[in-house]
Unconditional design. Structure first.
Length: 179
């Protein structure tokens, strides 16, 4: 007990965080106006969602949105094996909002959970719990968390990310004691 290799070894051999994989966020689709709405959505919509890193394309998915589901079509390659065509259907769930209207959620194809974001860490888009993906902040040390919080405060004060640069001006409306 407590020897070499004990502890949380399983996290380091897999995908490290949700930031490292492709994801589909239902809130982004809503913002783009792609989601079905009872008053103005009839039929289907065909679109393409693409990802890039450093201005280089890393993947794309063509999708079709109907009133009750999202149909994905993409190609997947595992290691050096050949390409595999994947077709996946993701159903929607709706919840009523207190002041009218409704909110649309994805239903995870594997566990059926209501989620806002689906991740592609394998051959399908599933929730982060099915892929056992931690958030990036869950892997931070205490020092990293404190540095991130300090940078966030500096940003609100109008400073830079450099923790060693002084902030000379107090933002308008902030009390001197708070500054």
């Amino acid at each position: 007990m407590g020897g070499f290799g004990s502890g949380r070894w399983y996290r380091y051999g897999k995908t490290t965080a949700t930031d490292d994989v492709k994801q589909i966020d239902i809130r982004v689709l809503r913002k783009w106006g792609c989601l079905p709405n009872d008053c103005d959505f009839h039929g289907t919509r065909f679109c393409t969602l693409s990802w890039s890193r450093d201005d280089q394309p890393t993947g794309s998915v063509s999708y079709e949105i109907t009133h009750n589901s999202l149909h994905l079509g993409f190609r997947y390659r595992r290691g050096c094996e050949g390409w595999e065509d994947i077709n996946q259907t993701i159903r929607f769930d709706r919840t009523r909002c207190h002041f009218g209207g409704e909110r649309i959620w994805f239903l995870c194809p594997h566990c059926g959970a209501r989620v806002a974001v689906l991740y592609a860490a394998g051959t399908q888009f599933l929730c982060r719990h099915c892929y056992k993906l931690p958030y990036s902040s869950q892997r931070e040390s205490y020092t990293d968390r404190m540095n991130r919080k300090a940078r966030k405060i500096r940003k609100r004060l109008g400073g830079t990310n450099n923790l060693f640069e002084p902030i000379w001006e107090k933002p308008k409306g902030m009390h001197w004691e708070t500054f």
